[in-house]
Design a binder for this molecule. Structure first.
Ligand code: CMP
Length: 138
């Protein structure tokens, strides 16, 4: 069925000038952009968005990284969106990411890995609603 996922181009992807290339790869791969904006997360935003990771040793580093500059947030729609988008972005660690994936092409490290992709339909809905109101979705 057609469903939705949520993505962010993370601060490293924005800083390194990859917004256009990443959005092109996303749309060329058949995803329709439902919502899109450039924004910056506050510390409270990042702590809440990544609350599932708050016991992890890298949590502080993750919050610091995700708030250091603007991101591009988007809701994407496609058949099998969550799983297909995770295939398109590649493994969390760019060193393990398959050839041609967004992380293999544009990420620099495990922590600074260029893009986020939701891991389930449920989280896609939660994460999309975190960043967008209904009036921003088309
Ligand atoms: P993502 O899967 O999008 O969301 C959680 C993020 O935590 C992950 O991307 C990485 O950016 C970060 N992360 C996961 N594991 C590590 C790690 N071992 N060290 C630093 N950052 C990590």
């Amino acid at each position: 069925a057609t469903n939705r996922t949520f993505t962010m181009i993370k601060p490293d992807g924005v800083e390194n000038g990859h917004i256009g290339a990443i959005l092109e790869k996303i749309t060329a791969s058949g995803f329709r952009i439902v919502a899109l904006k450039k924004t910056q997360m506050t510390k409270a935003d990042a702590e809440s968005f990544y609350a599932v990771h708050n016991e992890r040793p890298f949590f502080g580093e993750l919050v610091e990284f995700m708030t250091r500059g603007p991101i591009v947030a988007a809701i994407l729609e496609k058949e099998n969106a969550v799983a297909d988008f995770r295939t398109l972005i590649g493994a969390t660690n760019p060193a393990d990411a398959a050839e041609g994936t967004i992380r293999q092409l544009y990420a620099t490290s495990m922590g600074e890995n260029a893009v986020h992709g939701s891991d389930s339909d449920e989280n896609a809905a939660i994460e999309g609603a975190f960043h967008f109101s209904g009036r921003e979705m088309f």
